[in-house]
Design a binder for this molecule. Structure first.
Ligand SMILES: CC(C)(COP(=O)(O)OP(=O)(O)OC[C@H]1O[C@@H](n2cnc3c(N)ncnc32)[C@H](O)[C@@H]1OP(=O)(O)O)[C@@H](O)C(=O)NCCC(=O)NCCS
Length: 192
């Protein structure tokens, strides 16, 4: 079963690997140009320097992460949304599920505008943008942009997101407690 999870900076090397594994066509669709490994490294470095301006989501099955959603904040306060799915897992509704999670997150955090670049011949992403009520417009140079003015979350979305983010914090606290315990255990061995 595929589940969608909100990631954090610890997952960034997996994200870099996923982007570098995209074939040429998918890389072009994802970035809107032929991004090289160097361009991807620059993006990852920027994420490390400005972690608060980036949010990651991933789709995973029992064994591995198979798709990623990325939102990046711009200086004007808008956020750019991008999704990409491993070739062998495409057309299973993964990008759709990722976009749903990402847009609920955006509503909950009162982000006013989310947009994505869609190259002209990327019918699939244009379809998904429309499905999620992003309005597409031509930008020239064979490029379209799709944007949505994010509405306020309704009661159910708000509460669901609140509990989800609370669960993420509790899981992080558990991880840190386990780390603390192992630190003390290793110290007590040294004292013995
Ligand atoms: C675009 C991409 C993310 C889609 O991922 P995915 O998990 O296969 O997408 P989904 O399965 O959730 O949805 C595909 C939708 O496109 C529809 N679709 C498939 N082929 C289509 C076509 N030729 N024209 C229009 N719609 C099409 C499917 O019917 C489905 O819609 P539905 O849910 O209403 O039935 C994936 O192809 C990818 O990683 N591409 C490379 C990166 C990229 O282009 N990213 C987008 C720009 S940031």
């Amino acid at each position: 079963m595929i589940t969608i999870q909100h990631g954090n900076i610890y997952k960034i090397s997996d994200y870099a690997r996923h982007l570098k594994n995209l074939n040429n066509e998918d890389r072009h669709s994802r970035f809107g140009y032929h991004a090289s490994d160097y361009n991807i490294d620059q993006l990852i470095l920027n994420m490390c320097y400005h972690p608060k301006d980036h949010e990651l989501w991933y789709a995973r099955n029992d064994e591995q992460r198979v798709g990623w959603g990325h939102m990046a904040k711009n200086s004007d306060g808008t956020w750019e949304l991008a999704v990409s799915v491993d070739k062998e897992f495409q057309r299973q509704g993964i990008a759709n599920d990722l976009m749903e999670e990402m847009l609920i997150w955006a509503k909950f955090h009162h982000i006013s505008e989310v947009y994505m670049h869609c190259i002209e011949d990327n019918r699939i992403i244009q379809h998904l943008a429309k499905k999620h009520e992003l309005k597409t417009k031509e930008r020239g140079d064979g490029e379209r942009t799709a944007a949505i003015e994010v509405p306020e979350p309704n009661f159910v979305e708000s509460n669901t997101q609140l509990f989800k983010e609370q669960a993420e914090i509790i899981a992080e606290i558990a991880r840190l407690r386990a780390k603390l315990a192992s630190l003390w255990l290793s110290t007590s061995h040294q004292i013995d």
